[in-house]
Design a protein around this ligand. Structure first.
Ligand code: PMP
Length: 426
């Protein structure tokens, strides 16, 4: 009997499914989740003392590695001053200044305690600012668990959205229009029908919640001009891509400027943080300056700001993202090389420090339909075999992988070697 199994048994008594966020439950790969005890640098250790090279990185935040000594020291010092005040601090101003400097489309920023809150607030702000109710999102993109965003496409093109979870009112979901990712034509058709009712487009500029799918050339530019033509706002949900695919996020990498940006994960350095920000004129619509209500007891929490600021400082070092990108490239091309040698059909996407592996004979994977055609059962076997060899990948074929600055060339090499052994046995 392993300790992790005992932990899971105990957890299930009082926590639904034994987890506080469903994707942790290993539903996509089978088996039981592994209970973790501590993490350091590129490694995470389970309650049975096993060590794994970690490519989940708490689902993205740990870009400078786990328990980075400078982050821990800063947090320790901040904690001595008290954990929360519910009153303004200069740390929040420092964070806002830093974020606006790194992401130039943002003139103003409001902190939240999660990515979901950031996207919910951004949608409300876009609706309030434009006086319109409908929003456009993309199939396979995830923007947190807000009601308007837990919506899938209705049957057939150009139909109104239907709830993807019980509890989301159909009367709300019908205001969410869902279009295939990378399909600019359908976006244009949607706007030609509903244009004067659409408040915003929300998009992951690199999709990271259907594995990793980059934008097709011209896609983000096309969204920008459709929004401009119809007076809608463009929201880049950079909760995952922010400070990861480039220092200034996907908008820096692809050179497209959204009206609003949502952030999370890296910005908190592992603490519960999100943020929304953008053009001054739009942001001034938020309470207390403007009429759109948005709030949070713990928003801008001093410990969270401290962890985030230190993380942003570390990742701002010259060459940080070049190194991260190079390591992710080495990992992905190494694994693809092993797959080829083993005769296993595989494809991969990689942008900066995020990557995705696909078991498929399609040469390219560019939208949700193509991701859905990949062999998820084979991914499950790959995942478990890698785990047995001490490599912790995201426990789902629909999640991106994350590189951190603390992964060494040796860690990457070990991972590629492990993948080679696993792929030959698959
Ligand atoms: N947007 C994106 C792009 C995300 O990846 C996530 C979380 N994976 C969210 C929003 C929601 O963030 P949180 O889990 O912090 O609420």
């Amino acid at each position: 009997m392993t300790k992790t199994h005992e932990c899971f048994e105990a957890a299930q008594k009082h926590i639904p499914g034994g987890v506080n966020s469903p994707v942790r439950a290993f539903r996509g790969v089978g088996g039981e989740p592994i209970f973790m005890e501590r993490a350091q640098g590129a490694y995470i250790y389970d309650v049975d003392g096993n060590r794994y090279i970690d490519y989940v990185g708490s689902w993205g935040p740990m870009i400078v590695g786990h328990a980075h000594p400078e982050v821990i020291e800063a947090v320790r010092e901040a904690a001595l001053n008290g954990l929360s005040f519910g009153a303004p601090t200069s740390l929040e101003t420092e964070m806002a200044e830093r974020v606006c400097e790194l992401v130039p489309s943002m003139d103003m920023v409001r902190m939240t305690s999660s990515g979901s809150e950031a996207t919910m607030s951004a949608i409300r702000l876009a609706r309030g600012f434009t006086g319109r109710d409908k929003i456009v999102k993309f199939e396979g993109c995830y923007h947190g668990h807000g009601d308007s965003l837990l919506v899938k496409a209705g049957s057939g093109a150009l139909t109104l959205g239907v709830p993807s979870s019980p509890g989301v009112p159909a009367s709300l979901a019908e205001h969410t229009l869902t279009v295939p990712y990378n399909d600019l034509e359908q976006v244009q058709e949607t706007f030609s029908r509903f244009g004067d009712q659409i408040a915003c487009i929300i998009v992951e500029p690199v999709a990271g919640n259907m594995n990793c799918v980059p934008p097709a050339p011209g896609f983000l530019e096309g969204l920008r001009s459709v929004c401009d033509d119809h007076g809608a706002l463009l929201i880049f949900d950079e909760v995952m891509t922010g400070f990861r695919v480039a220092r200034g996020g996907a908008q820096e990498l692809y050179g497209v400027k959204p009206d609003l940006t949502t952030l999370g994960k890296v910005i908190g350095g592992g603490m519960p943080v999100g943020a929304l920000g953008g053009r001054r004129q739009v942001m001034e619509y938020l309470s207390p300056l403007g009429p759109v209500y948005q709030a949070g007891t713990l928003s801008g929490n001093p410990i969270a700001m401290t962890a985030g600021l230190k993380t942003l400082e570390i990742l701002s070092a010259p060459g940080f993202h070049d190194d991260l990108t190079a390591k992710a490239e080495t990992l992905v091309s190494g694994i693809l090389g092993e797959a080829q040698k083993a005769g296993v059909p595989m494809a991969a996407n990689q942008v900066g420090g995020m990557f995705g592996l696909f078991f498929t004979d399609q040469p390219q994977v560019g939208n949700f339909q193509q991701v859905s055609q990949c062999d998820t059962e084979r991914f499950g076997r790959f995942f478990h075999a890698m785990l047995d060899k001490g490599v912790y990948l995201a426990p789902s074929a629909f999640e991106a992988g994350f590189m951190s600055s603390s992964h060494s060339a040796g860690d990457v090499e070990t991972t590629i070697r492990a993948a080679g052994e696993v792929l030959r046995e698959l």
